[in-house]
Design a protein around this ligand. Structure first.
Ligand code: AR6
Length: 171
């Protein structure tokens, strides 16, 4: 099942929130900054033990002060015009985050709109990739619930349109 929420992902109560991090995993701005602020300094301390994370891959930590039990840190691609494998790397972020969640027995997962902030990925294309990747995973793993947290109006209306389209197509 897919849920669509407008708001701050650090308020999600469930098994895991996905963080749109950078390869250092040592924090940053945007959603990464919001998650680290809400989780407290212990999150950074655990991240320091992970040795970073390549683009498109994912690593898991505890959630500390968050209402989410875990944080899955993934690194989206920086948009460089579309010829640098950006689309496949973004799809990998969603797939690898969900696979990691599944391997830990986690079934309620929240995603932000990875790469659509300072990394500059076009929001319409990113939304299509996110929904396609997640739907493909949910077809095989129907017990998993995914919540998309959209922070800005543009992403929210893009997702709302695409989810309505997909629901209509499934009828
Ligand atoms: N909850 C949900 N979504 C949010 C929140 C929030 N609290 N705050 C921002 N967003 P960005 P990126 C949305 O820039 O593009 C960091 O410095 C925002 O509207 O956070 O993947 C990292 O350390 C946007 O749609 O992540 C990296 O260096 C989306 O989150 C770099 O930014 C992603 O925006 C990663 O860039």
């Amino acid at each position: 099942m897919i849920h669509l929420i407008k708001g701050d992902i650090s308020t999600f109560a469930g098994d895991a929130i996905v963080n749109a991090a950078n390869t250092s995993l040592l924090g940053g701005g945007g959603v990464d900054g919001a998650i680290h602020r809400a989780a407290g300094p212990e999150l950074l301390a655990e991240c320091k033990t992970l040795g970073g994370c390549p683009t498109g891959e994912a690593k898991i930590t505890s959630g500390y002060k968050l209402t989410s039990r875990h944080v899955i840190h993934t690194v989206g691609p920086i948009w460089r015009g579309g010829s640098q494998n950006e689309a496949a790397l973004l799809a990998s972020c969603y797939q690898n985050s969900l696979q990691l969640a599944l391997s830990h027995g986690l079934t309620s997962i929240a995603f932000p709109n990875i790469s659509t902030g300072v990394y500059g990925f076009p929001k319409d294309l990113a939304a299509e990739i996110a929904l396609r990747s997640v739907r493909r995973f949910l077809d095989k793993n129907p017990d998993v619930e995914v919540s998309f947290y959209c922070f800005d109006d543009e992403n929210y209306s893009l997702y709302r349109g695409l989810i309505e389209d997909l629901d209509e197509a499934a009828r």
